[in-house]
Design a protein around this ligand. Structure first.
Ligand SMILES: Cc1cc2nc3c(=O)[nH]c(=O)nc-3n(C[C@H](O)[C@H](O)[C@H](O)COP(=O)(O)OP(=O)(O)OC[C@H]3O[C@@H](n4cnc5c(N)ncnc54)[C@H](O)[C@@H]3O)c2cc1C
Length: 385
């Protein structure tokens, strides 16, 4: 009898956790992790904290393959859900009995119509901060001493990068479209706290965005939408992420049911930054945090084992994992999620802790300032929205 194969496309947080869960439950078939050609999976959270800063080498950020799983570095170019196969860049076709798609996300880019952008990118003056390669290029281009760095986007990655690069001695301008960045993730009270931290430590331009770029021989001039010109040695774009999946799955993300089964497809699951999760009020959300991606990977694997008749039903997936950033010496830690229209309630003033509740009073998320211990306690009390 042919050995059963479970193909896991993507070996990052979600894919690796899925493989560990399958092996850990004693799945006796073949667990195959498919990764990108020439790119051994790594811990993406260390891209800015470790690689960009030069504190860690690429080897130190690598993710060891889950024990008992096979790993093949050969980019998945085509995913045929109904034909149960994945076409790889080498031409190999992998046939699977079940698959978990865990290909994560890619950076949201600037509008290509912005004048001068393509030239500035080609000159190495505008970059994203998502991959190990991005981080190493930033590290190398800033290695010769203090530089002027503009960061477009003050989300979690932009905020953390602003702090890390300021601590490394660079002169930072942090630019964000929102007047108070991060409100949807942290709630208004804590987002205002973070915005104040930025104002005290770096130059901020909130409520603005890039309108044009003029690369010069020794710098790039960026024109903001209010006409202000900002001279920079490097511009980092940190405008969040969009889901990334092999064709023909690519698009707005892979919509799954509450067990993380890909909608409309038998034996295919999705987890992590690529997955779009359903909630009880009919809304759908994507969660792009490391621990949550790992928890989704493990849950998708348990759903798959349940569907194979191996274990009991793991139940609906509920996000309660923790996330944190350290910016300008302050730790912002959270757990769960703030669903759109959540009611924001201040649970404590000192330390500042915000709890997100549905209209029915169910706590779905919590965020705190220098309150990691309290957030840990809260994370066990959160409910699935
Ligand atoms: C700079 C930075 C810092 C971050 N810091 C934090 C943090 O401090 N805390 C936190 O919670 N989150 C952080 N995140 C977010 C976190 O890294 C992601 O949420 C998490 O990695 C998502 O896990 P994933 O498994 O969905 O995707 P990934 O971990 O990105 O893994 C996806 C994998 O799929 C592979 N892949 C993609 N396409 C293909 C294909 N076609 N074929 C084969 N393989 C493919 C990729 O190479 C990759 O290995 C950070 C993100 C960035 C960019």
């Amino acid at each position: 009898m042919r050995e059963r194969t479970i193909a896991i496309v993507g070996g990052g947080a979600a894919g690796n956790a899925a493989a560990r869960t399958l092996v850990g439950h004693g799945f006796e078939g073949r667990v195959l992790i498919i990764g990108e050609t020439g790119v051994a999976p790594y811990n993406r959270t260390l891209v800015d904290k470790g690689l960009m800063t030069g504190l860690l080498t690429a080897e130190q950020t690598a993710l060891p393959p889950a024990e008992g799983a096979e790993r093949l570095l050969d980019t998945a170019l085509g995913f045929d859900a109904s034909g149960s196969s994945v076409r790889l860049a080498s031409g190999v076709e992998v046939h699977f009995d079940a698959a978990i798609v865990a290909t994560g996300s890619r950076p949201r880019l600037l509008d290509t119509a912005i004048p001068g952008l393509a030239h500035a990118v080609a000159a190495g003056r505008v970059t994203t901060l998502h991959s190990a390669r991005d981080a190493e290029a930033i590290r190398d281009s800033l290695s010769s001493g203090p530089h002027r760095v503009s960061i477009l986007g003050a989300g979690l990655v932009g905020s953390e990068a602003a702090s890390l690069l300021r601590e490394a001695g660079h002169q930072i301008t942090l630019i964000a479209r929102a007047r108070t960045p991060l409100v949807p993730v942290l709630g208004r009270a804590i987002a205002e706290h973070v915005a104040d931290l930025h104002r005290r430590h770096v130059t901020t331009r909130f409520g603005r965005t890039a309108a044009a770029f003029k690369p010069r021989s020794d710098r790039v001039d960026m024109l903001l939408d209010d006409g202000e010109a900002i001279e920079s040695d490097l511009v980092i774009v940190a405008h969040g992420t969009v889901p990334s999946a092999p064709a023909p799955l690519a698009g707005r993300g892979l919509v799954v049911d509450d067990r993380l089964r890909l909608e409309g497809e038998a034996s295919v699951y999705a987890a992590g930054g690529v997955a779009v999760l359903p909630f009880s009020d009919g809304r759908r959300l994507r969660i792009d945090h490391w621990d949550d991606a790992a928890a989704q990977g493990a849950h998708a694997a348990r759903s798959l084992l349940h569907d194979l008749g191996r274990i009991g039903d793991p139940g609906p997936y509920g996000p309660s994992s923790r996330f944190s950033i350290r910016t300008h010496g302050t730790t912002i830690a959270g757990a769960g999620i703030a669903v759109p229209d959540a009611v924001e309630r201040t649970a404590s003033e000192e330390p500042l802790i915000t709890v997100f509740e549905t209209a029915e009073g169910t706590s779905t998320g919590v965020v705190g300032v220098n309150a990691a211990r309290q957030i840990h306690g809260w994370s066990t009390k959160l409910h699935r929205p």
